[in-house]
Design a protein around this ligand. Structure first.
Ligand SMILES: Nc1ncnc2c1ncn2[C@@H]1O[C@H](COP(=O)(O)OP(=O)(O)OP(=O)(O)O)[C@@H](O)[C@H]1O
Length: 937
């Protein structure tokens, strides 16, 4: 037995609850689903059992120490939690059942409130389903399921997730079919928390690249899949979902029926007919029917007419798949929701101290509102394709960029004070709001004229744009909120809210309330008189004895900690708490008065209940207006933030010139002068060297970058990718001058070591990723390839790199940055007109070796490696040997070898890596490798 287990077994608690254990075991054995975690509501706390308990203990507490064991063995253990080397948790078939049985049934108890809420969030992040069981009323041993949720359906946990959960929980229903030889996806996606639903029907290629982009860009959390085992594409879809880590449930075709779909959608979207999506999207409409059914949206009349139709137009956004997100570090894949939820500056930002390896989103997310952070995340994931739309965004950014005063006033005052409007509207809509929420909303609305005033002061060429898009909309929203403000002023006691943070209906509203308020006032007046007397008694200035009110303690007196000596050892003064702001105390008389005050307050709340409910009902009718305001503030916040980040960069970003997609035929293209990597340039101790690139179609669209290790090749090619992406988001870019040709997708294969594909060799992973690029890229794509062929022997790596480069140039014709350590590849520029060489420079003067990070024209002087070896005092014999080998390599020009690689590639491209049978694909590759005598070891 391991030390750990020794420790655990000593914690066995002999507490038998046989009935429960039997019930629990039957529950587990009747359901094979290992992804569901069950929590048992024990009134005041929750318990989790068996392997669920072990999973949660490891996930949340990172240890099994908090587990107890009930001494009843589990005769039927089904699964075992395995903690992998990287700390991740997986469930596997149990191999230590015996030990588990010896220990008994694991039990973990968790506290209600914060601990429970965090665990629910973490479980959803871990893609688990959650069930909450509660004891049936008036029964001792009978449990019933009261709540359930999953990553794509968190409706029943909205109260828990109201704080944070920035991206919501997008569920998609998916039907795959073939039409005219092409794969067609009918998709419906929805988020019940944010009350959005959408349909989209699109064609895809054999690599399902459109589906991949859709999943990433729409932040899909879970999938309902129309089961079609006989369909070959169906298996590929399942693989794609598994690779993307999207949990899916296979459902019968009968769940995807268009029978009532139109009617159901109309109910959710409201009666506006033109809300309805294009009815020709038959498969998507069928998926909508499944989605509505499985999210049970029609059982909640509150939802009727409240949903918004969200559109996903494939042709509107740049295609980005998960390897581009990872390769360019666009977002932190695991933490995206956390950092966005934090809002108000996000995690990091340019001024952050831990600025190493931060993502583009983290750099940009200096939003002042949570709504802004959410919208920015969406924009970063969905760069635009339409040049006019991009220019429109850039105009706004430019307006704020050039108006420092406006930007500062919006950032430091106006926007900062606007709370989470999405959360507020969710609470009001879900009838979970309180009078405090109404007062908060009132506070926000009454501050809007200040925002308006700031915007009105703006004067520039974009003045009209600001007027039409922000000023006029805001004026109309403010005027529509007038009734809400009047209601709050009339019904809620705003003085009490401001002074004591008590949120109640005005006493003047009702005779009974007035009577109770009188009693409360009498008590507080009495306490005030006590305060004056006590100051006198303590020999302290009256102003030094303050009245402290809180909902929990009611009235207490407070003196500074310095003055505490005045009450020390005086029995009549009862100390309640010592805090930073001083010592809080009372006397017996004050305690008694507080009791009475508490009683009257409770009575007041009771009597105001009907009026408060009515007020909240009226407030809920303003939800659509709150949503409009939220979206206006989010957009304003994102523009202000993009301009802010652009202006505070070490060297301010500039507005890029945009060349529409596909209109760069006549020798135009992407030209960046003095480009910088936005995330590397702000790293501590980095003196960033700016670099140029010219990707002109037909002349220099394919750039090979060579140079010494650590010379800045990867940084350079990624910075070009990021600059193009930022421009298409509508953001200014880190460069001195930039002309950006809009691209339809950025495809990247970066880093040999960190393949996302599990269980395949580095070489194979490289090949799979590259084959994907070769099939998906178009002449309008940007391809970024870094160190291809590292996972194989030098000759073969070179051969493959050569073949792939040639294929991109001749067959695809897209823009490409190809960083490589194969110096021989630079010869391509002599053979193909669109290929140019660049190299990162280094200096070997005065017997020192200095990386200069300057990207210069032409191939690299490949003797750097040997220079480094000389500087590192390698034995002369080794150096000579190395020189000899380098010569041999230089003369490596065997035509047969090169031909072999080209032939290999021709056949390799035809292999379908998306087939269900990975083994088969791999063995096909192996036989090809043998056929052309290519050695990958
Ligand atoms: N333009 C630059 N200005 C200043 N420092 C830079 C620049 N580019 C890169 N660096 C620094 O050099 C380090 C190495 O850069 P990078 O990883 O891009 O090199 P590389 O040539 O791709 O290396 P390798 O061939 O070993 O993969 C970076 O982490 C960064 O700190």
């Amino acid at each position: 037995m391991s030390d750990n287990e020794q420790e655990e077994s000593s914690q066995v608690v002999l507490k038998e609850d046989k009935t429960f254990v039997t019930f629990f075991q039957s529950l587990v054995s009747s359901n094979e689903d290992t992804d569901t975690i069950r929590l048992f509501d024990r009134k005041g706390y929750y318990s989790i059992h068996g392997e669920d308990a072990v999973f949660v203990a490891m996930m949340h507490f990172k240890s099994k120490k908090s587990l107890k064991y009930w001494s009843i063995s589990d005769p039927n253990p089904k699964k075992k939690i395995k903690i992998d080397n990287d700390g991740s948790l997986t469930t596997t078939a149990s191999s230590s059942q015996q030990q588990q049985q010896e220990l008994g049934l694991a039990v973990l108890t968790i506290r209600q409130g914060y601990e429970f809420e965090n665990i629910v969030k973490e479980l959803l992040d871990e893609k688990k389903k959650i069930e909450i069981w509660s004891m049936k009323p008036n029964s001792k041993q009978q449990w019933e399921l009261i709540k359930k949720g999953s990553p794509g359906n968190t409706q029943m946990f909205e109260d828990v997730l109201l704080n944070g959960n920035c991206e919501g929980s997008v569920m998609m229903a998916l039907k795959v079919t073939r039409e005219k030889g092409s794969i067609v996806f009918g998709i419906s996606f929805g988020d019940a928390t944010f009350k959005t639903i959408g349909v989209s029907q699109f064609m895809d290629n054999d690599n399902l690249s459109n589906l991949s982009s859709f999943i990433m860009q729409m932040s899909v959390k879970e999938c309902l899949l129309c089961c079609d085992q006989k369909n070959y594409d169906y298996q590929k879809v399942k693989e794609k979902l598994s690779d993307a880590g999207i949990p899916f449930t296979e459902l019968p075709k009968s769940d995807f029926s268009s029978k009532n779909a139109e009617q159901d959608l109309t109910r959710l979207l409201g009666s506006v007919k033109n809300n309805l999506p294009d009815i020709e999207q038959e498969h998507a409409i069928q998926s909508a029917s499944c989605l509505i059914k499985h999210l049970d949206l029609l059982s909640n009349p509150n939802y009727f007419g409240k949903f918004k139709l969200e559109k996903y137009d494939l042709d509107r956004y740049m295609k980005l798949d998960s390897s581009s997100f990872k390769g360019l570090h666009i977002i932190d894949l695991k933490d995206s929701s956390v950092s966005a939820a934090a809002g108000g500056g996000g995690a990091g930002g340019a001024s952050s101290s831990s600025n190493k390896d931060q993502s583009l989103y983290n750099l940009l997310n200096q939003c002042n509102t949570p709504m802004g952070s959410r919208l920015l995340l969406q924009w970063v994931k969905q760069p635009l394709l339409n040049a006019e739309e991009i220019e429109a965004r850039l105009n706004f950014v430019e307006a704020f960029y050039n108006d420092l005063e406006l930007r500062q006033s919006l950032r430091s005052n106006d926007l900062k004070k606007i709370g989470d409007l999405d959360r507020l509207s969710k609470k009001l809509h879900g009838q979970k709001a309180t009078l405090e929420d109404c007062v908060n909303l009132y506070g926000i609305v009454t501050r809007l004229p200040v925002v308006l005033q700031s915007l009105n002061n703006h004067s520039s060429i974009h003045q009209e744009l600001i007027k039409v898009n922000f000023i006029e909309s805001l004026e109309s929203i403010i005027s529509d909120f007038a009734k809400f403000c009047a209601m709050v002023e009339k019904t809620i006691d705003l003085d009490l809210a401001n002074d004591k943070h008590e949120y109640v209906i005005r006493s003047s509203f009702d005779e009974t309330l007035r009577g109770i308020q009188l009693k409360k006032d009498q008590i507080s007046n009495k306490i005030e008189r006590f305060r004056v007397d006590i100051a006198d008694d303590l020999n302290l200035d009256e102003a030094k004895v303050k009245l402290h009110y809180s909902e929990k303690d009611m009235f207490l007196l407070r003196i500074s900690r310095k003055d505490e000596v005045a009450i020390r050892d005086k029995k009549k003064y009862i100390v309640h708490a010592t805090a930073k702001d001083g010592v809080r105390f009372a006397t017996r008389e004050i305690d008694t008065l507080n009791e009475a005050y508490k009683k009257w307050s409770a009575e007041y709340l009771d009597k105001q209940d009907g009026l408060a409910k009515r007020t909240l009902q009226i407030a809920a009718s303003f939800v659509p207006l709150i949503e409009d305001l939220s979206s206006l503030i989010a957009t304003l916040d994102v523009f202000v933030t993009l301009s802010h980040v652009s202006s505070i960069a070490p060297i301010p970003f500039i507005r890029p010139e945009i060349i529409p997609l596909g209109s760069d035929e006549n020798g135009a293209g992407t030209v960046i002068i003095g480009g910088r990597h936005p995330c590397v340039e702000i790293q501590d101790n980095v003196n960033f060297i700016a670099n140029d690139i010219d990707l002109t179609r037909g002349q220099s669209q394919f750039q090979i970058i060579t140079g010494p290790n650590m010379g800045g090749k990867s940084t350079f090619i990624r910075q070009v990718g990021l600059i193009v992406l930022m421009a298409q988001i509508g953001c200014f870019v880190p460069a001195q001058k930039a002309t950006i040709a809009v691209v339809d997708c950025i495809l990247s294969r970066v880093g040999a070591g960190d393949s996302q594909l599990r269980g395949v060799s580095t070489f194979m992973a490289e090949m799979l990723e590259t084959s994907y690029i070769l099939k998906v890229a178009t002449k309008n794509s940007l391809i970024i390839i870094d160190e291809l062929g590292r996972g194989t022997s030098t000759y073969d790596g070179f051969g493959l790199a050569w073949g792939i480069a040639e294929y991109i140039c001749n067959q695809i014709g897209g823009f490409c940055l190809f960083a490589t350590h194969f110096h021989e590849l630079t010869i391509l520029s002599d053979l193909l007109p669109m290929v140019k060489n660049l190299h990162v420079s280094a200096s070997t003067q005065n017997n020192t070796f200095t990386l200069l990070y300057k990207v210069e024209q032409g191939p690299c002087d490949q003797s750097f490696g040997i220079h480094v070896a000389i500087l590192a005092n390698f034995p002369s014999q080794v150096i000579e040997n190395a020189k000899q080998k380098a010569k041999e390599l230089e003369s490596f020009e065997s035509n047969t070898l090169k031909q072999n690689h080209n032939k290999f590639l021709e056949e390799f491209k035809e292999i379908n890596f998306n087939s269900n049978d990975v083994e088969k694909s791999l063995s096909l590759v192996n036989s090809l490798l043998n056929k052309y005598s290519i050695d990958i070891n």
